[in-house]
Design a protein around this ligand. Structure first.
Ligand code: PLP
Length: 458
């Protein structure tokens, strides 16, 4: 059914997108030449483009489409709330879905993380967390304790503060940043550890990076450590075992707030509501979340703060308004979508499903590592995966090098699978409802794509 009257011709859409729509991360010199795939319809784990070709959505939208596309229940929840009451100002009122969702999130976050401040997405959730740290330390009379420790390869978003703490592409980005606010810790990727070094020694080295930074800067100057449990956009980097727990304990010992950015890892990606506690044994001070909250059906995010922090910040006298919020904080329709999304995830036991299919997903990744000489590393956790090409193919002097991700994506796209290319890597995070048969289908296509690339590289 076509819901829009007078749908423009396909050629006009292509032209208008090219002429008037500046996409995220577009190359400015060539943006008017780029042709983006126009996705027309979607169902389950599949997308169809304007020419009617079907693709498995390997990236799950943008790490976000947990329950899959085309859910009538989501459409009903959204339509009903839209008709009942589309908007109310969060400054002066609340809505039923907003209050209910805050309660549902508090029940699923670990420890005493019960204070839910809604945002419009992941970047604004990160911004809120960092602003809260500044507010917290100003309130406690520690105006110098504000430096943020972040990590190389970390990605936290596109607002001013979130991009300031983003370690990925920070040298190439031609933006001004508040660089004095942040200190970056070196890459934690185990694949980059020196030849022969054990994982345990790598973990020690990475923990020492944090300790060194604290020793150099002084704990009385450091306000927070912000970390994704798995550095997703940086190439699905899983830090070595024990790293989360040890870094958390060090932060605790120095009263440095531990902010876990679960924008990707939250809402089931690793088979748990949140990874910090269930997968890594850490109860952060603050968790940021977005993406999977509504499975991409509508925009929403949240910054969830522990009761302990709220109690500490409530104690001092004087001006204490937390001047932070967005017109669309806790938007009633987005919250109604998030509630329906959680209900679907629970009714269908999607978290359990992720845990059940994870071994199959990873055994197919290992098979890729075993079969293909051009592959240097496969890694991931839960339904998060990354394939990186062999190190000598990274060599900038090697003509074909960093296009590996794009070339693998193109080879798979021709066979009906989309991946997300990042230089020498291709990453994937399919909808969490992916069945066992569909996992086979996805990896069969990936292997066929790798066969094609192997022939080219050799
Ligand atoms: N934090 C992490 C870990 C992310 O991966 C992203 C986006 O990919 C963000 C924050 C920013 O989220 P958004 O694009 O919704 O602002």
């Amino acid at each position: 059914m076509n819901l829009l009257a007078n749908t423009p011709a396909a050629d006009d859409l292509t032209r208008w997108d090219r002429e008037n729509h500046l996409h995220p991360w577009a190359e400015v010199k060539s943006w008017r030449k780029a042709d983006y795939m126009r996705v027309d319809t979607a169902e389950g784990i599949y997308l169809w483009d304007g020419a009617g070709r079907r693709f498995i959505d390997g990236p799950g939208g943008m790490w976000c489409v947990q329950i899959g596309y085309g859910r009538a229940e989501m459409a009903r929840a959204i339509a009903e709330q839209t008709m009942k009451m589309a908007y109310t100002s969060p400054w002066t009122a609340t809505s039923g879905p907003t209050a209910q969702l805050a309660h549902m999130i508090a029940a699923r976050t670990p420890g005493d993380l019960n204070t839910v401040h809604f945002t419009t997405g992941g970047s604004t959730a990160v911004d809120t967390a960092l602003r809260f740290m500044q507010f917290f330390n100003n309130r406690l009379g520690r105006p110098d304790k504000k430096v943020i420790l972040a990590r190389e390869k970390g990605y936290h978003g596109s607002t001013y503060l979130a991009s300031t703490v983003t370690g990925k592409e920070r040298f190439e980005a031609k933006f001004d940043k508040a660089s004095d606010l942040v200190h970056f810790l070196p890459d934690v990727n185990p694949y980059r550890r020196p030849p022969g070094m054990s994982m345990a020694a790598w973990c020690d080295a990475k923990v020492a990076d944090l300790q060194d930074a604290i020793a150099t800067l002084g704990a009385d100057r450091i306000g927070a450590f912000i970390a994704e449990p798995i550095l997703c956009s940086g190439g699905v980097i899983v830090p070595p075992e024990g790293y989360h727990r040890r870094t958390f304990e060090i932060c605790r010992a120095h009263d440095i707030l531990y902010i876990s950015d679960e924008v990707v890892t939250g809402f089931g990606r690793l088979g748990h509501w949140f990874a910090s506690d269930d997968a890594f044994g850490v109860t952060p001070d603050i968790i940021t979340m977005a993406k999977g909250m509504t499975s991409g059906y509508l925009p929403l995010g949240a910054c969830v703060i522990s009761d302990t922090l709220m109690a500490r910040v409530s104690a001092p006298d004087g001006q204490d308004v937390f001047y932070n919020g967005y017109t669309y904080s806790g938007h009633p329709v987005s919250c109604a979508a998030a509630i329906a999304n959680i209900e679907i995830m629970e009714r269908e036991d999607i978290l359990g499903h992720v845990r059940r299919v994870t071994p199959q997903f990873h055994s197919r990744m290992r098979r890729i590592a075993d079969r293909f000489d051009i592959v240097g590393d496969v890694r991931g956790m839960g339904l998060l995966g990354c394939i990186e090409c062999r190190p000598d193919l990274h060599d900038p002097t090697y003509a074909k090098d960093l296009q590996f991700g794009a070339r693998l994506d193109a080879a798979c796209e021709r066979r009906g699978l989309l991946l997300r290319p990042f230089g020498a890597m291709a990453v994937f995070s399919p909808p969490l409802i992916i069945s066992e048969a569909q996992i086979e289908e996805m990896f069969d296509i990936m292997e066929a794509g790798l066969e094609e690339l192997s022939a080219e590289y050799n």
